[in-house]
Design a protein around this ligand. Sequence first.
Ligand code: AP5
Ligand code: MG
Length: 219
Amino acid sequence: MPNIIFIAPLAAGKGTISEYLSKHLGYEHISTGDLFREIIKSGTSLGEEIKEIIAQGSLVDDDKTFQVLKQKLETLNNNQLFILDGYPRNINQAKLLNKLELNNIVVIFLNLDYDVAKKRALGRIICPNCKKTYNIYFDNLKPKVDNICDECHSKLEKRIDDTEETFKKRFNIYLEETREVISYYKDMNLLKEVNANQDINDVIKDVLKIVNGDKYDKY
Ligand code: AP5
Ligand code: MG
């Protein structure tokens, strides 16, 4: 199986699909957003700085982001498969990543429409403890008990960047900066595309066709 880079707008399902792939296929899920949320929890001045940037819906500085990602990659065993969820988001980040000369990569572009992304972002609730993600608008993604995590029973919360205003800003950054990364990887012949507007089970099936043939257990 290949290592995976997910390129997508917000709320396309990068985290949800990664959670499935790590549970069923043993991938290490590396989300720069999650790494930043951990740094925020640490309460350091760097955490405060990052919190403000995320709350505004802007991107964290490229060099800082790359250092955080690189440090995480260095903790992996040589043969550990991984998913990059949320990196790279602009051409400069893609070029920095290239320097690491990672092998056996497939880049999966999760294509998602604006209105679908908006509904998903505004309906998202997450577990601050185990990071499992839910959605109040989709029956198969609701928690069994309102506002409580199925896995660890913590109280679910909204993300600070899932407001209507921040949504617009984040989607614009995707259109203006991240979409260029798609052409970059297309030119390198690494790109596959999946329609992320579908039901989560169909999206996962399409991703699995790219990753491991066709084996599938329902989400
Ligand atoms: P990050 O946490 O990565 O946010 P994002 O890229 O905006 O992506 P999301 O996490 O919002 O969406 P997702 O694709 O993971 O979707 P999910 O599975 O949750 O980054 C946050 C911030 O950190 C950035 O804005 C930036 O400030 C900073 N940052 C991160 N990386 C950076 C970088 N490289 N450089 C600079 N700054 C960086 O699904 C969304 C919702 O929809 C959930 O509720 C889910 O249950 C539901 N859902 C999923 N799939 C489906 C489906 N098929 N049908 C219906 N509902 C679905
Ligand atoms: Mg995510």
